[in-house]
Each structure stands twice: as structure tokens, then as C-alpha cells.
Ligand binder design. Structure first.
Ligand code: ATP
Ligand code: MG
Ligand code: MG
Ligand code: MG
Length: 476
């Protein structure tokens, strides 16, 4: 039987509805009343007030499939089989209702009974000292003790993989479930096991026992209620169920990947460098499409800048694949088609999404080729002078005049063994900010109009807020 991504989402939500959970729509990627986060990065993030008891949830058991963005994983995208900047997180939550026993038992029931996964491919991990979780896994679920891995705190940093927290807010020890994808995905090292960085033992699900409130600085207080927060990556689950190599091979992602290949005239799995670009674009077009559908507009600050960087990075990789002209809006059509089942708002906002993408890409298209040529000249100068570091002023010129985000310049240089003087860049940016404030109408070097190079002014937000108002806490 074939399990499509959209079907797996439905199966999960239905399973937890059958366990008394209220199914809620995904919240917007834009956090509400939460300054600790730029973008929603986990299913629990929009639910924080329910964990702390600050707000009363519509029900004490809730299940969602939440849109997530993790730019922290951007370096891995296209390189590992399992990391995306945009992914969907399946979750079941208890706000002071059930706790460890039910959460663990139900996650196992879903994976082994509903989906029929082989028990001996599944490996739970627990927080080092959590004997309670250990006993539930061994005595109640019946997993042999030797299949359970305890993760301890790093004595130096105090950090632990199995103590889940993201920014400030509700957090706690957790118990993950790993799936053994088999030796062919392993790194081949003799000590390859659960927790290894390679793609063999893939973390699919995290059960967090949310009982603390973190202040974001290492301080914790016990919450008045014990909660459950779980998160399972839908794309990773699809990898397991469809028995494919990576998240870029599951049904919905493959449709996008194939379209990238069509538009570029490239074949997948012919050239390793091309493959990285193909996968990167496949991921980045999803993030961009979903971010725009939640009302985020490309800009030079905050969320808007995250979006701009992602679009421009994809645009550059499109160039590397030999795509002439703009292509992102065309690709977004495939994203919308593949995901409108779970996110009907994509179809509703289709025209808007395509327009924003086309505009942003056109802006960048006007300058990318010149910028790349200038950067090449700069590289030649560096080689001639024996320097390995691009000056802050030069990096800023590329940013300000040609619209190259610093990390894009840095990625291009990195491929050739160069770096950027980041402090110098920030200084140049600061100088520009001060003059921009004094004199609104900065004309740039190329004499292009100011909209091509948005003014850098953190007090101005170009975010469109109409759509995410519609998104808040809409229950099904
Ligand atoms: P990893 O260790 O693999 O980076 P994580 O421990 O950071 O994952 P959690 O914060 O525990 O992830 O998130 C819960 C689940 O979300 C993970 O078990 C995984 O299935 C999924 N997930 C996390 N990050 C990503 C990502 N970048 N792309 C796709 N799925 C992800
Ligand atoms: Mg991670
Ligand atoms: Mg992990
Ligand atoms: Mg985890």
C-alpha cells in the first residue's frame, strides 16, 4: 500500500481524534505575541499560552499538523536526507491532561499498529535520568532495555539533546523515536548507532514531557501543570513509509523536484553538484510559498529578510543549473498543487503568492548577473593581493547595490575557500543606516529606483498582516 504525504497527515490527525483530541488547523508561520521567535519552528510554539496555563485551550487534548520553518537547518538542506527549512510537524498535545504513559503508548500504537512499522527497526531514546520513561518503554510497551538509548547532559555545556527547548518558554525532558533505515544509509563507522549524525538512524518523533518554563537564559521553573508536546516530521515519516532515499523523494517533494529538473533541463542523480542545487531549490520554493501565503513579504528586515534570502539563494542556484530568467512562480504552482489538500489557503492566495515571487525574482534578476561579475572581479583582486577575506565594504556594496544578502555572498565565496569580513560588513551597514535616516532618498550607485533596493530601516515593516489575522486559532 502506498502512503502519500497527504494521506499520512490525515491518518495521524484521525488517530489522535480517536483518542479524544481536538483537531486544529495549522497556525500561521508568523508568531503572535511572542518576541522570542521570528518564525514558528515547532508544533508547540503557537500553543505556548496553553502550556503555561496563561490561556484556556479549546480542549485539553489537541492535535495539529503545523507548518514550521527552521532556518537553523539551512546549511544541511540538500546535504542530508532529512533536513528541510520548511516542514510539517505532526503533533499531539496535552495541557495538564494525560502525561508520559499515554503519550508513549500512543506513539508506539500509531507507528506499529496503525502504520504497521516493524518493531525492531524502532529505537526509543530517553533523557539520561528519566527512569520513569525507561520503565514505561520497557515494562508497559515491551521494548527490550538494550534498544533504549539514554542521552545525558554534556557536562561542559549543560546541554542535552533529550531536553527539548527552543527559545524561551515551556520545555522539558523528552523521549525520541528513531527509525533504522538500514546499513546502506549509514556512515559505515563501527560505532554508528542511535544519535549518530548520519542518515541511518533517523529521528522521526519526539515526545516532550513539558513540565518546565525556561527563561531562555538557563533558568527553569516548574509549571503548574504537566503537559505533553509531541512532534513528528511528516516528511520524515513519509520517507519511512514510502521507503525512499530522502525527503526529496517522497511523493509531494518529488513532484517539485521533477519540475525543477524540467525547467532546468537537468536530470536528477547525474551530477552531485547539480543535485544539491535541485534539492535546495525544491526546499526553498516550499518555504517561500508558505511564508508568502502567511503574509510575509520580502524585505530587508526580520522575517521578510529571511524570505528574501531564501528566494535569492534559490534564484542563484537556478542560475547555476542554467535556468534562464525567472522560475520560482512557475514552481510555486506545483507546491500549491501538492499541498493544497492540507492547506487550502495556498489555492486561495495563489495569485498573490505567484505575484510576490515573480516580483522579488525580477528585482534580483536585474542585478544578479552584474553582481556575480563584480564579485568575480573582487575575487581576482583578492587572489592578486593574496587575501582570503572579502572586505566589509565590498560585501556591503554587493548587498546594497546588487541585492546580495551577506550569506549568499559568503556561500559563493566559501565554495572557493574565501570568507567575508562580517564585522566590516555590519559597520558599513550601520553607516548606511545612519545616512539613510538623515536622508531618505538614497540614490544608489546604479541609479536604479529605490524600490529595487529597499531602504534599510528597522522601524519600517513591509509585512502584510491581512492574511495571518484570518489564520489565528481557526478550529476545524
Ligand atoms: P534533528 O536532530 O534530526 O535535527 P530535532 O531533534 O532538531 O531533529 P525536534 O526539535 O525534536 O527535531 O522536532 C521534532 C521532529 O521534527 C523531529 O523528530 C523530526 O522528525 C522533525 N524535524 C526536525 N527538524 C526538521 C527539519 N529540519 N526538516 C524536517 N523535519 C524536521
Ligand atoms: Mg535539529
Ligand atoms: Mg534531534
Ligand atoms: Mg528531537
Amino acid at each position: 500500500k502506498f502512503y502519500g504525504e497527504n494521506e499520512l497527515r490525515r491518518m495521524y490527525l484521525e488517530f489522535f481524534e480517536s483518542k479524544g483530541h481536538l483537531k486544529m488547523n495549522s497556525f500561521s508561520l508568523v508568531p503572535h505575541n511572542d518576541n522570542s521567535l521570528l518564525l514558528i519552528n515547532a508544533g508547540m510554539a503557537p500553543l505556548k499560552p496553553y502550556f503555561t496555563g496563561q490561556e484556556i485551550p479549546p480542549r485539553r487534548r489537541v492535535t495539529t499538523c503545523q507548518k514550521c520553518i527552521r532556518t537553523g537547518d539551512i546549511e544541511n538542506v540538500g546535504k542530508t536526507a532529512r533536513h528541510l527549512t520548511f516542514f510539517e510537524m505532526l503533533g499531539n498535545f496535552s495541557f495538564g491532561d494525560y502525561f508520559k504513559h499515554e503519550a508513549i503508548a500512543w506513539s508506539w500504537e500509531f507507528l506499529t499498529k496503525v502504520l504497521g512499522l516493524e518493531e525492531d527497526r524502532l529505537y526509543p531514546s530517553i533523557y539520561g535520568e528519566d527512569d520513569e520513561a525507561f520503565n514505561i518503554w520497557t515494562k508497559e510497551v515491551g521494548v527490550p532495555a538494550e534498544r533504549i538509548t539514554r542521552f545525558y547532559r554534556d557536562p561542559e555545556t549543560g546541554e542535552c539533546d533529550n531536553f527539548w527547548k527552543h527559545g524561551a518558554g515551556p520545555c522539558g525532558p523528552c523521549s525520541e523515536i528513531y527509525y533504522d533505515r538500514g546499513e546502506k544509509y549509514g556512515c559505515g563507522k563501527p560505532d554508528c548507532k542511535v544519535g549518530c549524525d548520519c542518515d541511518r538512524f533517523m529521528e522521526v518523533w519526539n515526545n516532550v514531557f513539558t513540565q518546565f518554563e525556561g527563561d531562555g537564559k538557563g533558568g527553569y521553573t516548574e509549571l503548574s501543570q504537566k503537559n505533553i508536546d509531541t512532534g513528528m516530521g511528516l516528511e520524515r515519516l513519509a520517507v519511512v513509509m514510502q521507503d525512499v532515499d530522502s525527503v526529496f523523494d517522497i511523493d509531494t517533494m518529488k513532484a517539485i523536484r521533477d519540475r525543477v529538473c524540467e525547467l532546468s533541463g537537468k536530470k536528477y542523480e547525474v551530477d552531485a553538484m547539480d543535485d544539491v542545487s535541485i534539492r535546495l531549490i525544491t526546499d526553498h520554493i516550499r518555504s517561500s510559498t508558505f511564508m508568502i501565503s502567511d503574509g510575509i513579504m520580502p524585505s530587508n528586515e526580520g522575517r521578510g529578510y529571511v524570505l528574501r534570502r531564501i528566494i535569492r539563494r534559490a534564484a542563484r542556484h537556478g542560475r547555476m543549473l542554467g535556468i534562464d530568467g525567472i522560475f520560482m512562480a512557475e514552481l510555486a504552482k506545483t507546491v500549491i498543487n501538492e499541498s493544497k489538500d492540507g492547506y487550502p489557503e495556498l489555492e486561495e492566495k495563489k495569485d498573490f503568492i505567484l505575484k510576490v515571487l515573480a516580483q522579488e525574482e525580477e528585482k534580483f534578476a536585474k542585478t544578479i548577473d552584474q553582481g556575480l561579475a563584480i564579485l568575480e572581479d573582487m575575487e581576482k583582486e583578492m587572489i592578486a593581493s593574496g587575501s582570503k577575506v572579502l572586505s566589509g565594504d565590498n560585501a556591503f556594496k554587493l548587498y546594497d547595490t546588487y541585492g546580495f544578502p551577506m550569506d549568499l555572498t559568503s556561500e559563493i565565496l566559501e565554495e572557493k575557500g574565501f570568507t567575508i569580513d562580517e564585522d566590516g560588513f555590519k559597520k558599513a551597514m550601520e553607516v548606511q543606516r545612519t545616512t539613510a535616516r538623515k536622508n531618505r532618498k538614497t540614490t544608489n550607485y546604479m541609479g536604479a529606483d529605490a524600490t529595487v533596493y529597499d531602504e534599510i530601516d528597522p522601524s519600517v515593516t513591509t509585512e502584510f498582516v491581512g492574511y495571518d489575522k484570518l489564520e489565528t486559532a481557526s478550529t476545524v
